[in-house]
Design a protein around this ligand. Structure first.
Ligand SMILES: COC(=O)C(/C=C/C1=C(C)CCCC1(C)C)=C/O[C@H]1C=C(C)C(=O)O1
Ligand SMILES: O=C(O)CCC(=O)C(=O)O
Ligand SMILES: [Fe+2]
Length: 351
């Protein structure tokens, strides 16, 4: 059966069971209760209050971030400085967009770009590898920064406040990412501006709104299959419905939604730059029988032509670089060739 989007199929009531295209291999399925986020281990929650003007607080925060990156590759962030009113407005326009009739949403449909860039716009079925299962979710994807790479024809004008809200939101998330670059640099023993200066005018941001409709057989599929993010740093907002899980010591740990918090994770490019000190971590998104779930991911990555290799100061005098040099553009092409393949693409450049 062919459906335009997962949301469309679910809302028209034509899916009593999960179509074959979406069924994942048995070994990749989640066990247990979908939507249960109780776990004895919990992701660190870091409070950024006071970090800009109180030296002692800043040192403590830098240390917590360093430890979270070493232990988890993921952490949650509260008091991050992004106005909660703006977050709410962004969530509101995103929900309003997905509530529109299909034909209206399809005015912003995915346009085919080169395989190496990935696609932009509204659509479904991110699947690059032949034979791989599709994800149980739809997306609205934009290249957002620098402003010059925007394709505004793919940014909704319905709801009317959509474009200006996304414009404001991505600027704020860029500010937060730059602050994170400073705190990460300090934790790595580098000059506070090392990463910011290195990436100044040499990075790009993409934003993806993930919409996961309820699923009749959530145990057979995934909203997003296991992967590591391939950029530098991801800032993710998730709604109050559980679903995100991260891999730790051979177990899948749920990331409990915290109101107005962001989930931060280290991407593959940061793993290369730190010579493996900070590792990107596999994560996945479960779906559930009853409720749609939404998340908004903002990915910051180097510009396509930027060379990425372990930072000399982090390799040390006698230590050997553990990753081959690559450009971000080359790396991303290999990611899109392999699709959701956990950390397979990183192995290819490991020495
Ligand atoms: C740095 O970006 C990512 O880490 C990233 C981006 C994904 C993208 C697409 C899946 C389609 C085209 C746009 C964009 C480049 C934003 C991570 O995405 C996740 C999502 C899946 C699925 C995955 O395997 O990684
Ligand atoms: O929906 C989520 O919680 C995770 C999304 C994600 O991992 C991604 O978009 O890369
Ligand atoms: Fe991700």
């Amino acid at each position: 059966m062919s459906v335009a989007t997962v949301q469309e199929a679910v809302e028209n009531g034509i899916l009593a069971s999960v179509p074959a295209d979406y069924i994942i291999l048995e070994q990749d399925r989640a066990r247990g209760n979908h939507g249960d986020d109780s776990s004895s281990t919990e992701l660190p929650v870091i409070d950024l209050a006071g970090v800009k003007d109180d030296g002692k607080r800043r040192r403590a925060v830098v240390e917590s971030i360093r430890q979270a990156c070493l232990d988890w590759g993921f952490f949650q962030l509260v008091n991050h400085g992004v106005p909660v009113s703006l977050m709410k407005r962004m969530q509101q326009v995103a929900w309003e967009f997905f509530d529109l009739p299909l034909e209206e949403k399809q005015r912003y449909s995915v346009k085919t770009e080169s395989q190496s860039l990935g696609t932009q716009g509204y659509g479904s079925k991110f699947k690059s590898k032949e034979g791989a299962a599709s994800n149980w979710g739809d997306q609205l994807r934009h290249r957002t920064l620098p402003v010059s790479i925007r394709q505004y024809e793919l940014w909704p004008t319905n709801p009317p406040a959509y474009r200006e809200t996304e414009e404001e939101y991505v600027e704020e998330l860029d500010r937060l990412t730059r602050l994170l670059f400073e705190l990460l640099s300090e934790g790595l023993g580098l000059h506070p501006m090392y990463l910011s200066d290195f990436f100044h005018e040499r990075d790009q941001q993409q934003m993806v709104v993930n919409y996961y409709p309820p699923c009749p057989q959530p145990e057979l599929t995934m909203g997003i299959q296991k992967h590591s993010d391939f950029g530098l740093v991801t800032v993710l907002w998730q709604d109050s419905t559980s679903g995100l899980q991260i891999s730790k010591d051979g177990n899948w740990i749920p990331v409990k939604p915290i109101q107005d918090a962001f989930v931060i994770n280290i991407g593959d490019q940061m793993e290369i730059l730190t010579n493996g000190k900070y590792q990107s971590v596999e994560h996945r998104g479960l779906v559930n029988r009853l409720k749609p779930r939404m998340s908004i991911a903002n990915f910051t990555s180097p510009l396509d032509n930027v060379l990425i290799a372990p930072i000399p100061d982090l390799v040390g005098e006698f230590q050997i670089p553990r990753y081959n040099e690559t450009t971000f553009g080359t790396y991303r092409s290999s990611f899109f060739d392999k699709g959701c393949a956990g950390k397979e693409h990183l192995k290819a450049i490991k020495l």
